[in-house]
Design a binder for this molecule. Structure first.
Ligand code: SAM
Length: 209
């Protein structure tokens, strides 16, 4: 696997495509919290250091109504997320394999699900399986934020169709800049189908890079 500690250093450049992605994801999180009153449960799949959700919560006086779980495999990155989450006692950081469906017990379903920086690191079979399984992570009416870079040889149409087939309505889909290799894209979808229980056992994915 890549050195994901170094990967996070890309955020140091505010002009980097990844920083654009972070801004779009944060705006989607903020907007979703604005539209909900009362408690909100969040789940972040492969959360990294959690700067998307935790960055938003840092600026919100109502952060106390947000609870949830961040799943991150890398112990040092998870520890950074735990430190950043310390002001938010409702947020648990699990050092866990998010490809293992058992890691979601007690964390799913959630009202706001982040699948950010995940789908572009999977084989096509795992990607399709994971998108199809996301209803298991969602409450009725949940919002799910996903990302995947657009490559010259691979757009995101299959993913968008996959979410539609799994019972999601697309709210927004944005691509960074113009044509080019590895430009990030962000999709926001709403789960409009009937919730399904978490199926513990089947593996969802393994990162290929
Ligand atoms: C591309 S980064 C995205 C991090 C974060 N979501 C973001 O957008 O800033 C992918 C993250 O997934 C983590 N990761 C890789 N495989 C994982 C797995 N099986 N379970 C949980 N986390 C995993 C990596 O350590 C890394 O922090």
């Amino acid at each position: 696997m890549r050195d994901y500690e170094r990967w996070h250093e890309q955020y140091d450049d505010p002009a980097a495509p990844l920083s654009w992605r972070l801004g779009v994801v944060r705006a989607a999180i903020d907007a979703d919290l604005d539209r909900r009153s009362g408690p909100v449960r969040v789940l972040s799949v492969c959360s990294g250091d959690g700067r998307d959700l935790l960055g938003v919560l840092s600026g919100r006086p109502d952060a106390g109504r947000v609870t949830g779980t961040l799943l991150e495999l890398h112990p040092a990155i998870a520890e950074r997320a735990r430190t950043a989450a310390a002001p938010f006692p409702g947020i648990e950081v699990r050092t866990a394999d998010a490809g293992d469906s058992g890691s979601y017990v007690g964390a799913a379903p959630a009202d706001l699900v982040l699948v950010v920086g995940v789908l572009g690191n999977l084989s096509n079979a795992d990607l399709i399986r994971t998108v199809a399984a996301t209803p298991q992570l969602c409450t009725a009416g949940a919002t799910l934020v996903w990302t995947r870079a657009v490559r010259p040889d691979a757009g995101n149409d299959e993913i968008r169709r996959g979410f539609a087939a799994a019972g999601f309505r697309e709210l927004t889909y944005l691509e960074f800049g113009g044509p080019g290799a590895d430009q990030p894209a962000v999709g926001v979808v709403r789960f409009t189908a009937t919730p399904v229980p978490l199926e513990v056992g089947p593996r969802l994915f393994t990162f290929v890079r």
